[in-house]
Design a protein around this ligand. Structure first.
Ligand SMILES: *[C@@H]1O[C@H](CO)[C@@H](O)[C@H](O)[C@H]1NC(C)=O
Length: 756
């Protein structure tokens, strides 16, 4: 993340996206892949105008990196540049409370003397925000390369929104917040103790996994030992219980670092890691004093198996989301990665189980030995208690790590790395994006209960825009106007919150209305958040036994679910006129980007339907079909169908009437003798044709509708005020705009209003 100016250099066309992925559990292998596009793409203006996107940004600030969701207080607490904010969860754009928390002038000057940019880096970037107790939060910031922390009074209830920082009671943030605003901080606050993974010096060379705050002495990793940590970048920290006994609780650290076990000569390689420590680690008695005695780490693999073991590895761990399940001891770990290779670029999602993680820590230790000094699996005797085990009643009689035999401490000190890596569930990524120069940046996961089971919906923030998409993609959302990467992501039970360098965005979790106005469209969306309630596509609420709730996420088959839907018969109708020899456009745009359009034709309702054949004269375009040089024989009924997921649904019925060329051109000049001779029908045609030909097609309907609603009979051709003429030029354009938003479905069938 760059603290400032992240948007100024990015090209105008690029954008940041939020991807919504649906995971279909038990998806049979070898099942045909769906289209490689999301069902729905919503642009920033659309999301803003129609789907409840709300934005917040502060003047003279940036970098909304620390988000803390507090559903009890109904607040979203935010850490940004020089500010702490308290926003209303239901509308972040309203009622903000803020604390101005800059770095003192002396620190900024020191920062500047150290060669840092005073206007960009020498600020207080608030990176850490945790709930501390019932009344207070704990926050830390970079303090202009002088990390600082403070307790923030936040009030007890939603009714008393307080936000107070006592400037006289700030504390040293070393080992808690990074110095450099470009570095991320990973930490978790458990029982008034802070566990953090961070750089602890100005130069960013000394890294530590650190426990601070609370009553016990601070504990850290061994210093300057590349076997423990080697230029790590910390990503996330979680607390996971291991048994009923809190003495077995562990803290897991996710990071990436330069791989020590990589053979020399192959250059620097980054590996993704998971590290563990015991919550009750008190350090060693004679050696490893105030250092971890239970620290172990293993490689996290996220790779696509290739032929002859030539796997494609995603090693740059970007973010981790811990999805709680019913069993507190066994959450699911969702992680996003990118590649570190300059040749192959891509991003992937892998999921890990705690069982696989624990197995790796119980496996062989990695050990450096032999003539080539290589990393091998340690085959010797492992001392008791086995390093990595917490002192507890579960596994022995040790009351504290200080009681561990020296032999155990020495072994732990020299063997922090496990030999076996942790492999992802299913041995491969759940989802990946290849050959795109952009990366996934943040992930959040929501477990949604649907009518046919539960589904995990993944929200993935990206660095920038791309266009190739994978099968399970539900939506592609542009939540920010500019291209600043998404640097924070939080889910509440109702909404999604995303932060970038320039703004904060809030969005409802579901956009059921966007799928269309028919049962089939709702059903085809296969969105676990949405169901057909008999009238509209709305939020699915489990356990409500309403007769009309229709949802089938797994199969999404409207033939089964929507068969008794009376709306299926109400296909919108439209009348079109074409002049012989001119061009007519049959417009029909499906809501879903995964749908294919099929056109059929019949001369009259009683004739058989046949598929419209495309050729040089009949041209398929993105928005419909172009009929060039229209013939009289083109007249008839055109039906536009959308085909998706094996289901075909009619979208629009167009009735084309072809008018002889003489009728139109013959009256083109006002001085035409036939006019004087009283053939007014053609005069009327002339004006009418200007409407159908020049402005977009929607104009006709709009005009018909408008005339009809005035309660007047259709205009007599002869009437002086009669034909809809130039005075209404603005009208068609507005009609057009409305239609592009709503699609053809929103059109009224003009049949009944037809004046002829
Ligand atoms: C929460 O912690 C703060 C800072 O230590 C302290 O001042 C406050 O009294 C505590 N509140 C409660 C309810 O314990």
């Amino acid at each position: 993340m760059s603290p400032r100016g992240a948007t100024s250099q990015t090209p105008a066309m690029s954008r940041t996206l939020l991807l919504l992925l649906l995971l279909l559990r038990g998806l049979a292998a070898g099942r045909p892949q769906a289209a490689a596009t999301p069902r729905l793409k919503l642009s920033f203006p659309e999301l803003r105008a129609r789907h409840g996107l709300r934005l917040f940004s502060l003047e003279h600030s940036c970098c909304y990196e620390a988000l803390l969701l507090d559903e009890e207080r109904g607040r979203l607490f935010v850490g940004a540049q020089n500010h702490l904010l308290s926003l209303a969860l239901d509308d972040i754009s309203q009622r903000d409370r803020k604390i101005y928390w800059p770095a003192p002038v002396e620190w900024r000057e020191e920062c500047n003397w150290a060669g840092k940019d005073i206007t960009a880096e020498c600020m207080n970037f608030v990176k850490i925000l945790h709930p501390y107790n019932r009344t207070h939060l704990y926050a830390c910031g970079t303090g202009a390369f002088h990390p600082v922390c403070a307790f923030i009074e936040a009030g007890q209830h939603a009714e008393e929104p307080v936000l107070k920082l006592d400037p006289h009671h700030t504390e040293d943030g070393k080992g808690k917040s990074p110095y450099d605003p470009r570095h991320t901080a990973a930490s978790v606050l458990v029982g008034e103790e802070l566990y953090s993974g961070v750089a602890t010096d100005l130069m960013g060379r000394d890294f530590t996994i650190f426990r601070s705050l609370g009553r016990r002495p601070s504990i850290r990793t061994e210093q300057h030992d590349s076997r423990w940590l080697n230029e790590p970048k910390f990503v996330a920290v979680f607390w996971v219980p291991e048994s009923e006994d809190p003495d077995d609780d562990k803290i897991y650290f996710f990071f990436r670092e330069t791989a020590v076990e990589r053979q020399q000569g192959l250059g620097k390689t980054s590996f993704a890691r998971i590290g563990q420590i015991c919550r009750n680690d008190m350090g060693g008695q004679r050696s490893l004093v105030n250092k971890w005695t239970t620290f172990l780490k293993a490689r996290l693999v996220c790779a696509v198996p290739g032929p002859d073991g030539a796997d494609t590895h995603f090693d740059e761990l970007r973010d981790v989301f811990l999805l709680q399940t019913r069993d507190k001891r066994n959450p699911l770990i969702y992680a996003i990665f990118s590649t570190s290779s300059s040749v192959f670029q891509g991003s992937a999602v892998c999921v890990y189980t705690m069982a696989d993680i624990r197995r790796a820590f119980l496996g062989p230790f990695a050990h450096k030995e032999g003539p080539n000094y290589q990393w091998v699996s340690y085959q010797g005797r492992v001392p008791y208690p086995r390093p990595g085990m917490c002192p507890s009643k579960t596994f022995g009689t040790f009351g504290s790590t200080k009681d561990f035999p020296d032999e155990v401490i020495q072994f732990a000190r020299h063997h922090p790395l496990m030999y076996n890596p942790v492999l992802p569930h299913g041995q491969r990524p759940l989802f990946l994006q290849a050959a795109v120069p952009y990366t996934f940046t943040r992930i959040a996961v929501d477990r949604v209960t649907a009518a046919d089971g539960h589904y995990d919906v993944l929200f993935i923030g990206t660095g920038m825009y791309w266009h190739r998409m994978e099968p399970l993609l539900l939506e592609e959302l542009q939540v920010f106007q500019d291209a600043s990467p998404i640097i924070s992501l939080q889910l509440s039970s109702k909404r999604l919150y995303a932060g970038s360098a320039t703004a904060l965005a809030q969005l409802p979790l579901h956009r059921c209305g966007a799928y269309g106005k028919a049962c089939a469209e709702c059903c085809l969306a296969r969105d676990p958040y949405c169901a057909w309630d008999g009238n509209t596509c709305t939020r699915y609420v489990p356990n409500t036994k309403r007769r009309f709730r229709r949802q089938d996420v797994r199969n999404g088959d409207p033939n089964v679910l929507c068969s008794e839907d009376p709306r299926q018969d109400t296909v919108p109708q439209k009348q079109l006129y074409g002049v012989e020899g001119s061009t007519v456009f049959l417009e029909c745009i499906p809501k879903s980007l995964q749908a294919h359009i099929l056109w059929t034709y019949q001369r009259t309702l009683s004739d058989p339907q046949r598929e419209v054949q495309m050729d040089e004269r009949v041209v398929r375009t993105e928005r419909g079909v172009l009929l060039r040089s229209v013939k009289r024989s083109d007249a008839g009924l055109y039906l536009c169908h959308a085909t998706e997921h094996g289901f075909t649904q009619p979208l629009l019925r167009l009735s084309l009437e072809v008018i002889g060329a003489w009728q139109a051109t013959g009256v083109a000049s006002a001085g035409d003798p036939r006019l004087a001779a009283g053939i007014p029908r053609k005069v009327w045609y002339r004006d009418f044709l200007q409407l159908v030909e020049r402005p977009p097609l929607g104009a006709t309907d709009k005009v018909c509708q408008r005339l009809w609603s005035q309660g007047r009979p259709p205009p007599a051709p002869r009437s002086p005020a009669g034909p809809p003429g130039r005075g209404q030029r603005e009208e068609p354009r507005r009609a057009r705009r409305r239609r592009t938003h709503e699609g053809p479905r929103a059109e009224r069938g003009p049949r009944s209003a037809s004046p002829w």
